[in-house]
Design a protein around this ligand. Structure first.
Ligand SMILES: [Zn+2]
Length: 177
């Protein structure tokens, strides 16, 4: 097995790495694109879902290079809770920053089935946590629309049955398939 050490079309002799850097250990096939897409997705950091979230955002929502905000429970951080510490305020502060500096126009919220954050919070089965997760998604979407009226906010549930993963949009009334 050989590790790639040259990105296609990038002759290393012409790349200035700057001073005082040790030898690179890996060079990406991905190349830098400075254009921002103006979209952020807030979702759970559970690594088993990461590729699916990326695929959904890239192929269905068509937001390449979107800002990824991955924290345990994802949108759940924006629900004020007893004993929730400073998560809510910290999240607000960081969102304000990103909206301003990254010129966000769209925020995507994704909750997922079987989220350990809710299992821990509610001590219920994955199925039994679903209604609380959907309620929270709706609450957070409303909160964000109030905070940032010019920004498009949408919310999804990522569902899992066996090996199948699917995404369902929270309409203003309920979940739509
Ligand atoms: Zn989770």
């Amino acid at each position: 097995m050989t590790a790639p050490n040259n990105a296609p079309g990038l002759p290393w002799a012409s790349v200035d790495l700057g001073p005082l850097l040790p030898m690179g250990v890996y060079t990406c096939h991905e190349t830098w694109n400075p254009e921002r897409i103006g979209a952020l997705a807030l979702y759970c950091s559970d690594g088993r879902w990461g590729e699916a979230f990326d695929e959904f955002c890239h192929k269905r929502l068509l937001i390449p290079r979107y800002d990824r905000w991955a924290v345990p429970g994802g949108p759940a951080w924006l629900v004020p809770r007893e004993g929730g510490g400073d998560l809510y305020q910290a999240t607000r502060t960081q969102l304000d920053f990103l909206v301003r500096v990254h010129q966000l126009e769209r925020i995507v919220l994704i909750a997922h089935y079987g989220c350990a954050f809710y299992r821990e919070l509610l001590h219920q089965s994955a199925d039994d946590c679903l209604s609380a997760q959907l309620d929270d998604l709706g609450t957070v979407r409303t909160t964000l629309r109030t905070w940032f009226p010019e920004i498009e906010v949408e919310a999804y549930l990522a569902m899992q049955r066996g090996k199948s993963l699917s995404f369902h949009q929270l309409s203003d009334g309920s979940i739509t398939p």
